[in-house]
Every structure is written in C-alpha cells, then in structure tokens.
Design a protein around this ligand. Structure first.
Ligand code: SAJ
Length: 419
C-alpha cells in the first residue's frame, strides 16, 4: 500500500484519487477550493459523475480517503490541476502546475514519485517541474522520480474510461516510468504504453491536435461542397466507408477546453506548425462562415432577429467553455442583428437564455449551433406561427429536414445544397 497525495480534486483528480483509494492505496485529496474540501469532508461528491459517490462512500468507510487543504508527506504525489490557455501569449499557462509543485517541495523525500496528469507542453516535466522540485535540494532521477500520465477520460463516462482505456506513461527515466506503471496497474485494465515524459506530453497533445486538424478538413470540405452544390455529410459518410478513412464532422467551429487549445500547447515553442495553425484558423473562422450564410438568407429583411439553438460547445451537455456560439453571437450583434438564445441544457450564461417559445417569437431565422439530441425531434409546427420569417440554418445537420420544410421553412445546412 502506498500513500498518495492527489493535488486537484476536479473532474480528473478526484475520480483518480477514488480509484486509487478503492484499489489498495491510502489517498489524501488536496484542493485549495473551500467548497470542494467542505463538500468532500461532508462525504459528498462536489460534482455528479456516474459511479463515484459509491466509491467515495466506500473509501471514507474504509478510512483510505480524506480531503485536506495542505499537502503532506507521501510516497507519491499526483498533480491534476487545470492548465488554462493564456490567450494573449497563445501558450499554456502553467501557474497551477507551478504552485502545485511548489506545495510538494517541502514534503519531498528520497524515493518519492511525482506524477503530472494535467495536460502540459512538451518538456515540462524535464524542465519546469524538475526545476521547481529540485528546490528541495534533492535530485531528479537520483532522489525522486517524475512522470507524465495524461488523462484520456470523457466526462459522463469517466469511471469506465479511467479503468478500461489504454494509458500512456512517460517517465523522465526508466525507474520513473516503471514506478508509475506499477501504481496505475492497481486499477487500470487497459494497456499501459510506456515511453519518455516528453513523448507522453507530445502524445496527449497530438491526439487532440489530430481531432482539430481533422475537423478543420471537414469544415473545408463543407465549404468546397457548398461551392459545388453537393451534400458534404453524405459525401463524408460514404468516404468513411473506406477502411482507412475517418473524416470527422463539419460544424460552427471547435469549442471546449481541450481540442481548440492543445494545438497551441504543442506549437508554443516551435515554428514547424503551419498545418496546425492553418487548421486552428479554419475552425476559428467557422462562425464568420455561418454568419455569411445567415446574411445571405436574411438579405432584404431590416433589423432581423436570429434565434440561436444551443450555445453549449457540444451536444447534450451544459458546458459552454470556449463555445464557438459566443463568437457567432458577437459577430451577429455587430451586424445589428437582435439575438435570442434557447438551450435546453445551459441555464445560465453570459447572454440571457430563454424558453423555446420566447426565443422564436418574432424571429427571422433559427441558427442551430449545438447538436443537442432534442433538436432532432423539435417540431416547428408548434411555434412557426410565432416567427416573422421561416428560415433555419443548421450547422450540425441534425434537424428533421422534411418536417421543417413541410412547415414552410427555408432550410440551409452547412455543406449541403440549399433547399
Ligand atoms: N466537433 C466537431 N466535429 C466533430 C467532432 C467534434 O465540430 O466531428 C467539435 C465539437 O462540437 C466541440 C469540439 O469539436 O465543439 C470538441 O469536441 P470533442 O468531442 O472532440 O472533444 P472534448 O473537448 O469534448 O473532449 C476531448 C476528448 N477527446 C476525444 O474524444 C479524442 C476526451 O477524450 C479528452 O479527454 C478531452 O478532449 C481532453 O481532456 O483532452
């Protein structure tokens, strides 16, 4: 049994801590946020995630998990704090990683292992993490060990994915890799892929950059399909029947806290990034493309009102981080459009969210920005009489086309011949 201090009790740190605690280790969860610590001390999960309340109850009952503000001596330290995007510098902001490592320094002992799970730019373990931890007067690779073990779980299915997904484990030397692999094999049932810390840092960023570049390609295909008047969605579906082709989907741009940000972490210290930068630019320009289509559709209508369907960055969640909807709304307002928003998941946001009927009242055009399942079923027959003009732009190819057309709507789906 090892004693592990897990710094950061968020969506990744807490589930990881509970999995270690339920698989033979003594775990102390550290967080600087009073609400998180108080909630956990009261035996409750600070956020909902399938299966974890049971793991928390079990770990507390067995006295193998507790929560504290301050780091204490342990065999291993695991850092799972956020790495925000510094949008001014277009690089990773390591302030939380730095302060977590600084909290570890006074407690670091010979033989300790420090694992970074947070997403970090290549060479962070080898340079910045080493530099801070060696303030303890101990030497990395001689006295203590460091590795990167990036998380891969998706919120909503964290428990399943943390146990069964393959993991990448990269140490600053072989002993670090081996110690980390031993620890994770206590609960991970997927394969453990062992490598160096810099390679592991790069793999995580490559995975998300791959998705960003692939989505940019899909977005470019959509615009080309518009030029040729063909249906890109059908074309992608058929192209993907090829056993070695897998094109992602076009949309209004890329949001969230990973896919749109990690390419910047990957390229912050290199000039060899033209394809990646171009892809970022294509995805970031999708709100402009959607607005151009809205303007074409509303030509001749004075002071139009547009209704946004969905501001979450992706379907069936309430998360609005880095959502492309924000850029679209700002551009539409600059155009002089009145904007009303309906989102069945998001209750509070920087713009007011209203009910469906209120959102479409007096509207000249609905713009579907998020692929919430509800939008597949929505029947315009229930409210079309409230609208001033019957237009809809679907950026996700999600609505039931014939139902909207039968209700008299003029429909445009990006990358699909205008109906
Ligand atoms: N999107 C498209 N077209 C697509 C797929 C996505 O436009 O074909 C858009 C989405 O609408 C969204 C954005 O891209 O705005 C990102 O969505 P996502 O589902 O690709 O990614 P995230 O940020 O929700 O979660 C990802 C996950 N990565 C993958 O699925 C490869 C998750 O497993 C990672 O753990 C997470 O990033 C992370 O933390 O890195």
């Amino acid at each position: 049994m090892s004693k592990i201090c897990v710094l950061g009790q968020g969506y990744i740190g807490l589930p990881t801590a509970l999995l270690f605690a339920n698989n033979g280790h003594e775990v102390v969860g550290i967080d600087v946020n009073k609400r998180v610590v108080d909630t956990l001390k009261a035996g409750k999960m600070p956020f909902e995630e399938k299966g974890f309340q049971k793991l928390l109850d079990g770990a507390i009952a067995k006295k193998v998990f507790r929560t504290e503000f301050l780091v204490e001596e342990a065999d291993a330290f695991l850092v799972a704090v956020p790495t925000p995007f510094d949008s001014e510098m277009r690089m990773a902001d390591l302030k939380y990683i730095i302060s977590a490592c600084e909290m570890i320094v006074p407690h670091l002992k010979k033989g300790n292992l420090v694992i970074i799970e947070s997403t970090i730019p290549p060479k962070t373990c080898d340079k910045q993490v080493r530099y801070i931890l060696e303030k303890s007067d101990l030497k990395m690779c001689e006295d203590f060990y460091v590795s990167h073990c990036p998380e891969r779980a998706i919120p909503g299915n964290t428990l399943q994915e943390m146990i069964y997904n393959d993991r990448v484990i990269g140490g600053v030397d072989e002993k670090s890799t081996q110690l980390t692999a031993e620890l994770y094999s206590s609960f991970v049932k997927g394969n453990l892929h062992l490598t160096t810390s810099t390679t592991a840092e790069m793999i995580k960023l490559m995975e998300n950059t791959f998705r960003d570049v692939n989505i940019a390609l899909a977005n470019e295909f959509a615009q080309i399909a518009d030029d040729y008047g063909i249906d890109v969605w059908k074309a992608i579906e058929i192209a993907n029947k090829h056993p070695r082709v897998n094109i992602l989907k076009p949309g209004p741009g890329v949001g969230g806290h990973c896919i749109a940000i990690d390419p910047w972490f990957l390229t912050e210290n290199t000039n060899n990034s033209s394809l990646i930068m171009m892809s970022r630019q294509i995805n970031d320009s999708m709100p402009q493309y959607v607005l151009k289509k809205v303007k074409e559709m509303l030509a001749g209508i004075e002071n139009p009102t547009v209704t946004i369907f969905g501001v979450a960055y992706k379907g069936d969640i309430a998360d609005t981080r880095a959502t492309p909807a924000k850029k679209f709304i700002k551009l539409a307002e600059k155009e002089g459009f009145k904007v009303k928003i309906y989102d069945p998941f998001v209750k509070e946001w920087s713009y007011p969210i209203v009910g469906l009927k209120e959102a479409v009242d007096g509207s000249d055009c609905i713009v579907v920005l998020t692929d919430h399942s509800e939008f597949r079923e929505i029947d315009p027959g229930e409210f079309h009489s409230k609208m001033s003009n019957l237009n809809i732009i679907d950026t996700r190819n999600i609505i039931n086309l014939s139902m909207w057309q039968n209700s008299g709507f003029y429909v445009y789906t990006i990358g699909k011949k205008t109906q």
